[in-house]
Ligand binder design. Structure first.
Ligand SMILES: [Zn+2]
Length: 262
């Protein structure tokens, strides 16, 4: 309960009060970014560089009232993927810092619009909280979640919107250890309601990899990623132009490690 409540407070403060003016040296952004990690600092510097450089006076000092220069605008697909994996490395090592930057990001970048740098298609499983696993905060990730991380027309539509309109540079399709949806597909037992609607999407992976849960889950992530590359002309076009990468990954619940499968 604590985190969501704090988040709401933060958002409310950001919209109702004037943000405090921050005096910064244009040559030393670290003095105005509450940040303790080099990769994150580099990322924010890239984000803010254009804004700050434009308002530095002859005296070299000026307050920053940044325009919403967007997080992903300068990232290549490779750099976007690296940013994501760097976040997972921070998460694994217990050095997550995204929560420290919510206020800054909210005020400067996401009140009016969003430009997330990466999209993630993940399972609905409660043990795969995407932003937490990749140590990302508000406005960074465009996340679609559905049991079994399967590609459906609605998921394609969402990810096309993320890539073509919002400008995500990478789409990560990530399966995870002990996935109930893949397990249920392997078992092929009677299930209530419409749960079995998931099975046809996952069955090709079971056919390919056999009944081993981890193998089938990894195969499923790769198959769904390939589907995105092929079934969507929008995504295929962006991939062809090297403006977007679509990659598959696997999240290990025990270690917290997200690894790429290609
Ligand atoms: Zn799952």
């Amino acid at each position: 309960m604590t985190a969501p409540l704090n988040l709401k407070k933060t958002a409310r403060r950001g919209t109702q009060e004037m943000p405090p003016r921050r005096f910064c040296s244009g040559a030393n952004l670290e003095t105005c970014i509450p940040d303790h990690e080099s990769s994150r600092r580099r990322f924010l510097r890239m984000t803010m560089a254009g804004t700050v450089a434009g308002i530095v006076t002859a005296a070299g000092m000026e307050f920053t009232e940044p325009h919403p220069v967007m997080a992903q605008s300068k990232l290549s697909p490779d750099a976007a993927l690296q940013e994501l994996m760097d976040g997972n490395a921070r998460f694994i090592s217990g050095r997550s810092n995204a929560h420290e930057q919510d206020v800054l990001i909210l005020k400067q970048h996401t009140l009016d619009k969003q430009e997330p740098y990466a999209a993630v298609l993940a399972c609905a499983d409660s043990r795969v909280p995407v932003e937490m696993v990749f140590d990302q905060t508000i406005g960074h990730l465009f996340v679609s979640r559905v049991a079994g991380n399967v590609v459906t027309p609605e998921i394609i539509a969402s990810l096309e919107y993320g890539a073509a309109v919002l400008g995500t540079k990478v789409i990560l399709v990530i399966g995870h250890a002990n996935c109930g949806a893949v397990k249920a597909t392997i078992q092929a037992k009677e299930v209530p309601g419409q749960i079995s609607a998931l099975f046809p999407h996952i069955q090709p992976a079971v056919d390919q990899a056999g009944p081993n849960l981890e193998a089938a889950t990894k195969a499923n992530a790769k198959i769904q990623a390939a589907l995105l590359r092929e079934a969507s002309t929008v995504i295929a076009g962006l991939v062809k132009d090297k403006k977007l990468r679509v990659v598959a990954g696997y999240y290990d619940l025990a270690s917290g490690t997200a690894s790429l499968l290609e």
